[in-house]
Design a protein around this ligand. Structure first.
Ligand code: PLP
Length: 393
């Protein structure tokens, strides 16, 4: 049988980095390539208690079909939580989603026609880029600077393209670059979107994981014009396996996302929603967030120490104030994919920067390291190997 796939799926190419991940399946390989929370980041004991009580006292709530917009008490709690960050104006509404990933999916499904354009940071989160691609969107990459998107390039892109549906940004502890957009650029981005009549999709899964410096306002908090769609997630602060995220956006957009979600998965896992709600409202959620910040701060410091000790000066990287990633830069004359391939053959896996580009055939001199998932022993081993390779460059 010759299978005929939809045009929008035919456009999706196998990733250029698959070769590297083939080697990464070897159990001896230290993976610095994931983006998962640390195994000791999960509030398992609290979730066990909530779950046991729920099954005993109100199993129907967790086991029955539920409503698409989300479990009402959780929506209320999230509304209150978001209000702390000045998110949610009178024209906004909130829907609970199956992770933040579903916000990208539903937003694209609701707003983007085949051939429409989406402006993305270059580099950006591969999961979102692939979602956008799967709807036949054309991705327009805007280079990142140390303090976020290059605003001149953004304006030029907006000036020269008339099918832009939204600008996708991860302003805080961006995946993969770890970069946080400055306040000035956040305001400029908002003004440009307003001026050119395009929406902003703000993805903020790492905002709570700041362990140094001052919090910056979200772009959504400036939204007096109903132009920002905000994606939040419990994945990095409770559990990614529970698949609970949320979206705050103007009511009219949320209504469309709701219809789209009905056709996707009916509703987000209600058992997980109840657990998130109880954990947020009846346990020490703030204390848990502080525990995570301490945990990752220690791990980040440990990793930075190893990088300073082992890597030669040929590899550069910025300091980090939060999030889960370190973005490393190789000299321009080094073949980055070959470096990553050599690394995995020597039993350490990092992610080549090209994986995160809107145009995978473009050149990148970067690779991403994740420090939250590996143990300290694995970090030591992996970074020692990277160090040996860096000295041969
Ligand atoms: C920037 C970014 N957005 C969205 C997601 C997806 O998160 P979720 O697990 O909430 O779907 C991730 C996951 O790593 C991410 O890094």
């Amino acid at each position: 049988m010759e299978y005929k796939f939809a045009d929008r799926i035919c456009g999706l190419k196998p990733s250029a980095i698959r070769e590297i991940f083939k080697y990464a399946a070897d159990p001896e390989v230290v993976s610095l390539s994931a983006g998962n929370p640390a195994p000791d980041a999960f509030p398992a004991e609290a979730l066990e208690k909530i779950s046991a009580r729920l099954m005993k006292e109100n199993p129907t709530l967790a086991l029955q079909y539920s409503i698409t917009e989300g479990y009402a008490p959780l929506r209320d709690a999230l509304g209150t939580y978001m209000a702390k960050y000045n998110i949610g104006k009178e024209f906004d509404s909130l829907i609970v989603t199956s992770g933040a990933q579903q916000v990208m999916d539903l937003t694209t499904k609701a707003l983007v026609n085949y051939g429409d354009e989406i402006i993305c940071e270059a580099p950006s989160f591969i999961g979102s880029l692939n979602t956008f691609r799967s709807y036949g969107a054309k991705l327009l990459g805007v280079p990142m600077e140390e303090d976020g998107m290059d605003m001149e390039a953004l304006e030029e892109t907006l000036k020269t393209h008339d099918k832009v549906r939204f600008i996708y940004t991860i302003p805080t502890f961006q995946n993969p670059s770890g970069i946080t957009m400055s306040l000035e650029k956040r305001r400029r981005l908002y003004e440009l979107a307003k001026e050119y009549g395009v929406l902003i999709l703000e993805d903020n899964p790492y905002g709570e994981l700041r362990y140094k410096g001052e919090d910056l306002p979200t772009i959504k908090s400036f939204d007096t014009d109903g132009i920002v769609i905000y994606a939040g997630s419990f994945s990095k602060i409770i559990s990614p396996g529970m698949r609970v995220g949320w979206c705050v956006a103007p009511e009219e957009i949320i209504q469309k996302l709701t219809v789209c979600k009905q056709g996707s998965d009916v509703h987000t896992n209600i058992w997980s929603q109840v657990l998130c709600h109880e954990f947020m409202t009846k346990y020490d959620f703030e204390g848990h967030l502080q525990y995570l910040r301490d945990l990752y701060s220690k791990k980040a410091e440990f990793t930075m120490g190893l990088l300073r000790e082992h890597l030669s000066d040929t590899i550069t990287y910025g300091d980090i104030d939060g999030g889960l990633f370190i973005w490393c830069t190789l000299p321009e004359d080094v073949d980055m994919p070959q470096f990553c391939l050599d690394a995995v053959k020597n039993k350490v896996c990092v992610v080549p920067g090209t994986a995160f580009l809107t145009d995978e055939s473009a050149t990148s001199h970067n690779f991403r390291i994740n420090f939250s998932t590996p143990t300290n022993e694995q970090l030591e081993k992996g970074i020692r190997i990277l160090g040996e390779l860096s000295k041969k460059l």
